[in-house]
Design a protein around this ligand. Structure first.
Ligand SMILES: Nc1ncnc2c1ncn2[C@@H]1O[C@H](COP(=O)(O)OP(=O)(O)OP(=O)(O)O)[C@@H](O)[C@H]1O
Length: 675
């Protein structure tokens, strides 16, 4: 059976109910069913659901886990001796292999080589066949030509052999080999498992497909479920062709289409269908089942920072109006886009977590770059533009004017460094006097504001990392040419994969879908971008007036910081933190130390009480502003930046009590004076 299930149609529910029905009706013995998924999370979810349906005993595993169990069990019989250990990471063996070939490679290059080795192995390409097999796809990897890559691959296999270890792909390859070469073992496996179910089958790669065929051994008790429109991992070797060609390979197979979308409002489903052009691309035309909701919006902003600020402000409003922050996601194409959003959310005091990646300032390359910039700050006497000096320094961390052409890890690293370079341009545009020490101070401030990890908050995720998840509110930023599709995507196939990525993003939203794009990267920059071509089919619904223009972005002036002066010395304030407090960093604080300390103690107690990081209660900048302006009424408190309606309601009375020098009600109902 082949189930073509669209986004949000309840695939897991359909699969688990099918298995449960098979067991109840007596068609299956639970222990003879093998349900295969692609992630351990999905396998766990399936086991839980099956238990919930009263069907324990069904094996729900990833391809890898299922193959590993079998390999360990049959190894003594097939090979003899103890099975080798599986290494969790390839990089150390790749580094050793590169070392033997006298190649000096940095960490991202090693990671890119490890990914390439993975790709070649799941595609059943040997080191010997590699250069010829990929020459039409790329020129090289991690700065090495294809022959050198093949030599590293070969040396890597030698290193593993000498250490008597295997990697993840070997587990599948070896099991394929064992089943192929040992008919008795194959018969024993086939006797154990009679029914196979594969979830997310559009992501199957050639070696997994081979394994599945060997497990099934020509029997037709195979049920595959997937959505070709959600193939977003072709670069790892996944291919929807196995799903799309399943009916051809199995002419007797029943093909079922799940088209009822239970997740999203009709408005969201309509946009998703139009963007995908579903039928033409092998996907299904989704039919919305939920009640109507708000129309999806597409907002144009003058530049990236304004976009991040606008989205964060919208989120602040939603949270203040009662939406749980964990029900909101901001999705983007590349991880480098997260810094602006992280910064904007921190400024709005909205907690967030970065899914499937590290917070911007925790990334190794960003940390290394800041160390280099800090070093450069000491001898910064240059009169050259800040952006130039910064780019020179970033060169030491691996930045180059040209983005690396191949290798996801090298590209991600480059993009993070480029984001730092862009940030220095933006800051220099706001404050032409800014030099490296000022930049480092600003980066430190942002890092401090953004550092506290949180478990409950708005999810920031790349479109890849959002797969399989859903939220009440989804914001997709960067819906412009150059970002979606990303500029590196060349050729019709890559462009179609970018379209599917956007489709995956759109279909994550249950009720509210907020799309946005920015006309320029930096403030005051040339407004050269146009809205994503993928949105054109839904242009009428999204208010795109014609093929290329959305609502004209407001001039960048709106975003430019309002010039505010230090209340003590009168100089123009540069950073957001300074503007929030109304005082420049050089002037001493005007608050009473004891009051500030009391506020900090109260914030600590409150954050512990509520089990949230202190900055979620109030950031340092807001707390300083409160201490300095010393409001005596709720209205006065509300006038301070960073004190929104929700915070006013939650903490307003407490803060005024602390400011009045009294102890906050400790539950006894009495306020006791501190004085
Ligand atoms: N039969 C149903 N009736 C009502 N709601 C359902 C039904 N099936 C699924 N849902 C709900 O619809 C949403 C989507 O389901 P699920 O996440 O299983 O879809 P999916 O097919 O795996 O989606 P995707 O491939 O887009 O990740 C979930 O919130 C789920 O609870």
């Amino acid at each position: 059976m082949c189930v073509l299930a669209g986004a949000g149609t309840g695939k897991t529910r359909a699969i688990t109910h099918r298995i449960a029905y098979g067991v109840w009706s007596g068609a299956y013995q639970p222990h003879q069913v093998l349900a295969v998924t692609f992630t351990a999370r999905a396998a766990g979810e399936m086991r839980t659901r099956l238990r919930g349906l009263g069907v324990p005993g069904v094996q729900a595993r990833t391809f890898h886990a299922a193959a590993l169990r079998q390999l360990q069990y049959f190894w003594p019989q097939a090979v003899g001796g103890a099975p080798p250990d599986v290494v969790a990471h390839k990089a150390p063996a790749v580094a050793e292999a590169a070392g033997r070939l006298r190649l000096r490679l940095d960490r991202p290059a090693l990671r890119d080589l490890a990914s390439e080795i993975e790709w070649a192995k799941v595609n059943l390409i040997t080191p010997q066949a590699y250069p010829a097999a990929v020459q039409h796809l790329r020129d090289g990897v991690a700065g090495l030509d294809l022959t050198a890559v093949a030599r590293v691959m070969s040396a890597y296999e030698d290193v593993k052999g000498e250490r008597h270890v295997i990697d993840f792909e070997d587990v599948l390859l070896l099991m394929v080999g064992v089943l192929d070469a040992h008919p008795r073992i194959a018969a024993s496996v086939r006797d154990q498992y009679r029914h196979f179910v594969v979830d997310e089958y559009q992501d199957v790669n050639p070696v997994q497909q081979q394994l599945l065929e060997l497990w099934a051994g020509g029997r037709d008790e195979v049920c595959v479920v997937g959505d070709p429109a959600q193939t977003i991992y072709s670069f790892t070797g996944a291919s929807p062709k196995h799903l799309l060609e399943f009916p051809k390979r199995h002419p007797d197979a029943t093909v079922v289409r799940l088209v009822r979308n239970y997740r999203s409002t009709p408005q969201i489903v309509q946009v998703a269908n139009l963007v995908l052009g579903s039928a033409a691309r092998g996907g299904v035309d989704l039919q919305a089942q939920r009640e109507a909701g708000p129309a999806p919006t597409l907002t144009a902003y003058p530049d990236d920072v304004a976009e991040a600020a606008g989205v964060a402000a919208q989120i602040r409003k939603l949270v203040d109006a009662g939406t749980d922050a964990s029900e909101i996601a901001v999705l983007f194409r590349t991880n480098a886009q997260s810094e602006a959003v992280e910064s904007a959310l921190a400024r709005q005091d909205v907690p967030y977590l970065v899914r499937g990646g590290e917070r911007f300032f925790s990334r190794p390359e960003v940390r290394q770059a800041i160390v280099l910039l800090r070093g450069a700050a000491r001898g910064d006497s240059s009169t050259r533009p800040l952006g130039e000096v910064v780019r020179d320094v970033l060169g030491g961390a691996g930045w180059s004017p040209q983005q690396p052409a191949a290798g996801a890890a090298s590209r991600e690293r480059w993009e993070s460094l480029q984001a730092l370079a862009n940030l220095s341009d933006d800051l220099a545009a706001v404050d032409p006097e800014m030099r490296i020490p000022g930049l480092v101070a600003e980066l430190d401030r942002r890092a401090a504001e953004q550092h506290a990890p949180t478990v409950q908050g708005v999810t920031l995720a790349s479109l890849h990392a959002a797969k399989g998840l859903e939220w009440e509110v989804v914001c997709i930023i960067g819906c412009s040419e150059g970002l979606l599709p990303v500029s590196m995507a060349e050729g019709a196939e890559r462009i179609e994969e970018e379209r599917r990525l956007l489709y995956v993003g759109l279909t994550r939203a249950r009720r509210t879908l907020l799309l946005s794009w920015a006309a320029a990267r930096g403030a005051g920059g040339r407004a050269g971008r146009s809205p994503s071509r993928f949105l054109r089919p839904a242009g009428r619904l999204l208010g795109l007036s014609d093929a290329t223009s959305a609502r004209t972005p407001k001039p960048a002036a709106k975003r430019a910081p309002r010039p505010k002066n230090c209340r003590t010395c009168g100089t123009v304030l540069g950073s957001a933190a300074e503007r929030k407090i109304g005082r420049c960093a050089e002037c001493p604080p005007t608050y009473d130390e004891a009051t500030f300390e009391r506020l900090r103690d109260w914030r600590l107690a409150t954050s512990r009480d509520q089990d949230v990081p202190a900055f979620v209660v109030f950031t340092d900048a807001t707390l300083t502003a409160i201490a300095e302006s010393g409001p005596t009424t709720l209205q006065g408190l509300a006038d301070i930046a960073g004190v929104g309606p929700r915070k006013l309601e939650l903490y307003g009375a407490d803060v005024l009590t602390v400011l009045a020098g009294q102890k906050v009600d400790d539950g006894t109902g009495k306020n006791t004076s501190d004085k």
